[in-house]
Write a protein that binds this ligand. Structure first.
Ligand SMILES: NC(=O)c1ccc[n+]([C@@H]2O[C@H](COP(=O)([O-])OP(=O)(O)OC[C@H]3O[C@@H](n4cnc5c(N)ncnc54)[C@H](O)[C@@H]3O)[C@@H](O)[C@H]2O)c1
Length: 463
């Protein structure tokens, strides 16, 4: 078996699969990862661990400098700082901001830059298009381009491929393109990349799928699942996201009827979920982050006439901060307190507990609506600065120094469990995450998806 020469591409290679695999894991195949953010840096690090010949590319010079010093700019990822520092120190991983040069020197190009939506809810693929133009400028016959960032189905066919062909002067069949969705999430990225979920791979042609399958076979300890084509692989990732959004929308709709039916909806959901076909999520104050609230639009924009259910779920989920305000107003009216001039404390502004990410957080529309009604809004969050939302910042350590007319819990940060609620004068509390047990206090509590305090005492929460 002849070994594969350094720098050679794998697409259309005449070397045996075994020789290609050795080439890949011995560093003979130079690999570039474009985008070194929350997902890109963990991904580049596990690629470096596998191949020993990885260059990461980022437009942020500070990120590049930090990585080349062996430092990690992403917080909250167990094992990542150690892995980055080890791979950089051993010369297996370096970073650069010169994407065109790196593209010229690499044979496998993995793209994981942000894919956003604009105000009109259309996909903003600007970063992806810009990286693809740079990759195309350095593309050689035999190279493979892998797109990992989440995109609307048909993006590889209709956006990426034309850019690569235009910039490289090459034609389809001379280089490969595969979509391999990043299915992991922040927080335990290394563990998840290495083993948590099967890896889905779908190429623009069979040869692209074959190489992507071989590469991820070396990266993950889990299965690699090839699908028919890149568009199917793109759909897989979007389906995962919109399934969760629709499921949460259903849970939220059920959560909204808890008062009309006089039941603790979450108790009913948990019991219903003991049937193996039933897997309803938990009602809450809303969906945030850069994934679940956005991906449904990636799909809806492609087939807008055919997605009424998905749009309705989006609308239900977006209505939940308003539902929390309704419940807060109900509570205040019991105490004959006007919202105009009321002091309201918001607990948590990040979209998820323990994660310093505020994109699409329900805290933003909640605070805006409360302020629109004349409330004085205060907020506290152990992870991020709350003032960007226009709320007055309260130090969590001293949160009980002041009294409030009402409080709304948006984020179930574990630090909130240490609050001594008996130190506050009686107030109205809306728990948006089923995170508080205030049964030994005199506060009036409404828990979304459970109902008012009486329901909690009757039901399962807090037992
Ligand atoms: N974070 C997650 O939990 C997660 C999970 C699954 C999928 N994804 C997907 O992965 C992709 C990246 O997400 P992320 O969370 O890592 O984003 P991020 O915002 O944390 O990081 C993106 C990085 O890309 C860099 N970048 C932007 N434009 C660039 C360009 N033109 N060239 C080179 N670098 C550029 C930025 O400087 C930044 O460092 C998105 O499509 C996202 O939907 C993210």
């Amino acid at each position: 078996m002849s070994s594969i020469p350094r720098g050679i591409g794998l697409y259309g290679s005449e070397y045996s699969t075994q020789a290609q695999r050795i080439g890949l894991t011995s560093g003979a195949v130079p690999i570039a990862i474009y985008g070194l953010g929350k997902m890109g840096l963990p991904l580049a690090s596990v690629y470096a661990e596998m191949s020993g010949n990885v260059t990461g590319v980022d437009i942020d010079e500070d990120v590049v400098r930090m990585i080349n010093r062996g430092e990690c700019h992403i917080d909250g990822e167990p094992g990542l700082p150690e892995l980055v520092s080890e791979q950089v120190e051993r010369g297996r991983f370096e970073a650069s901001s010169d994407s065109r040069k790196v593209a010229k020197d690499s044979s496998v190009h993995v793209v994981i830059v942000p894919t956003l939506i604009n105000e009109e809810h259309e996909a903003d693929l600007g970063a992806l298009e810009s990286v693809c133009a740079d990759v195309g400028s350095g593309l050689d016959p035999g190279d493979l381009v892998i797109i990992e960032c989440t995109v609307p189905p048909r993006t590889c066919e209709e956006v990426v491929m034309p850019i690569l062909e235009r910039e490289s002067g090459l034609s389809r069949g001379e280089f490969g393109l595969a979509f391999c969705p990043e299915r992991t999430s922040s927080g335990k990225a290394l563990y998840k990349l290495r083993e948590a979920h099967p890896k889905i791979v779908g190429g623009i042609d069979d040869e692209s799928t074959r190489i992507a399958e071989m590469i991820y076979g070396e990266i993950t300890n889990n299965d690699v699942i090839p699908v028919s084509d890149a568009t199917t692989a793109e759909a897989v990732k979007v389906f995962e996201g919109l399934y969760r959004d629709v499921n949460i929308g259903l849970a939220n709709e059920l959560g909204r009827v808890t008062d009309s039916l006089g039941i603790d909806t979450t108790e009913a959901i948990e019991a219903a979920n003991t049937q193996s076909y039933c897997n309803i999520h938990t009602p809450g104050i809303g969906v945030g982050g850069h994934c679940i609230p956005y991906y449904p639009y990636f799909f809806m924009q492609q087939v807008p006439e055919q997605t009424p259910l998905i749009q309705t779920a989006r609308d239900v989920n977006d209505s939940m901060p308003g539902f929390a305000v309704e419940k807060l107003l109900d509570g205040l009216s019991r105490r004959h307190t006007d919202i105009d001039g009321a002091k309201v404390l918001v607990l948590g502004v990040t979209y998820r507990a323990g994660v310093a990410e505020t994109r699409a957080t329900p805290a933003a529309p909640l605070i805006e609506e409360l302020q629109g009604l004349g409330a004085d809004v205060y907020a506290t969050d152990p992870l991020v600065d709350v003032t960007e939302f226009g709320a007055a910042s309260v130090d969590l350590e001293n949160v009980t120094d002041d009294d409030y007319d009402a409080a709304v819990l948006v984020t179930a940060h574990e630090q909130f469990q240490n609050i001594d609620w008996n130190e506050f004068a009686d107030m109205i509390v809306v728990d948006g995450r089923q995170a508080l047990d205030l049964s030994d206090t005199d506060h009036y509590v409404y828990t979304i998806g459970v109902g008012p305090g009486e329901m909690r005492e009757k039901g399962r929460v807090g037992q």
